[in-house]
Design a protein around this ligand. Structure first.
Ligand code: 6PG
Length: 253
C-alpha cells in the first residue's frame, strides 16, 4: 500500500520486514540508476541500527546486486557511534558485514565516519569528506523516542544550523556519537525512513501526525518529523506492525 500524508511523499506499508527490505532495495537500486544516469554517480548515506540490515543484505544479493554499477556508488553514513570500526556497536561494521564486504564497491568510495577518534575530531574530518554536494538518498531509521540518525530529542545537535556533522552525546549507549545534522539531511535529494516493529507504532503515528501539522513550531517536533529535504521528497517504509496505529486518513492517500 502506498499513500501520502502531510509533507510525506509516500507511506509504503508491507506485510513484514522482509518484504519491506525487498521493496526498499529495489527502490534504492532504481534511485541509484537514475542518479548515475543524471550525474554519473550515486551518493547515499546509510542508516545504522538493526532495521536496515535486511535491506543491505538484499542489495548485496546476486539477483539484485548484479544489476548495480557499484563503481559509481559513494557510500556515506548518517551517523556513527564513538567506537572503532570492528566494534559490535559500529554502524560501519554492520554495513560492512551485510553489504560493503559483499559487493565490488571501490574502497575509496566508502566514506566511513572514524568513530575511533574523538567525536569532535571525527565530526570535523567527516564534514570535510562529505563536502557540500547533496546526497542523493539518505536512509534513516527511527528510534522509539522519535530520534533519527543520532539526532536525539533534547540535544543541542537539533539546533545546529551551520555544521553538517556534529558530535552528539546520546542518552543511549554508546553515548558518544557523530551525526549528520538537519542541514545535511535536508540538503539531500530524498530521505527514506525505514520503520518496523510494533514497538515503533505509537511513535510513528505521532511523527506522521506532526509532519501533517504544517503550523507546528519545528522546535516542538520530534527529530524524525524535522527531516524535510528542500526537494520535499520524504518516503516512509513501514511494516504492518509499525503502521498498526496509523489513523485511516494516513492510509487513504
Ligand atoms: C543508530 C541509528 C539510529 C537508528 C534508530 C533505529 O546509530 O542507531 O542511526 O537512528 O536508526 O535508533 O534503530 P533500529 O533500526 O535498531 O530500531
Amino acid at each position: 500500500m502506498t499513500t501520502g500524508s502531510g509533507d510525506v511523499s509516500s507511506i509504503r506499508i508491507y506485510d513484514d520486514a522482509d518484504t519491506l527490505a525487498a521493496a526498499a532495495a529495489d527502490d534504492l537500486a532504481e534511485s541509484a540508476r537514475r542518479a548515475c544516469a543524471e550525474r554519473g554517480r550515486f551518493r547515499v548515506a546509510l542508516a545504522g541500527g538493526n532495521t536496515p540490515r535486511l535491506l543491505y543484505t538484499r542489495l548485496a544479493s546476486p539477483e539484485l546486486g548484479a544489476g548495480i554499477d557499484w563503481r559509481r556508488w559513494h557510500v556515506f553514513f548518517g551517523d556513527e557511534r564513538g567506537v572503532p570500526p570492528d566494534h559490535a556497536a559500529s554502524n560501519y561494521r554492520m554495513a560492512a558485514e551485510a553489504l560493503l564486504s559483499r559487493v565490488p564497491l571501490p574502497e575509496a568510495n566508502v566514506h566511513r565516519i572514524r568513530g575511533e577518534l574523538s567525536a569532535e575530531t571525527a565530526a570535523l574530518e567527516y564534514e570535510a569528506e562529505l563536502g557540500d554536494v547533496p546526497l542523493d538518498v539518505v536512509l534513516l531509521g527511527m528510534g522509539d523516542d522519535g530520534h533519527t540518525a543520532s539526532l536525539f530529542p533534547g540535544t543541542s545537535a537539533l539546533d545546529e544550523r551551520q555544521r553538517r556533522v556534529v558530535p552528539v552525546t546520546s542518552p543511549a549507549a554508546p553515548h558518544q556519537r557523530i551525526s549528520l545534522t538537519f542541514r545535511a539531511l535536508n540538503e539531500a535529494r530524498r530521505a527514506v525512513f525505514l520503520v518496523t516493529g510494533a514497538g515503533k507504532a505509537e511513535r510513528l503515528t505521532q511523527v506522521l501526525a506532526q509532519r501533517a501539522d504544517g503550523a507546528a513550531d519545528p522546535a516542538t517536533l520530534l527529530p524524525s518529523a524535522r527531516v524535510r529535504p528542500h526537494t520535499g521528497i520524504v518516503d516512509f517504509y513501514a511494516d504492518h506492525a509499525a503502521a498498526a496505529r496509523l489513523p485511516e486518513e494516513f492510509l487513504d492517500g
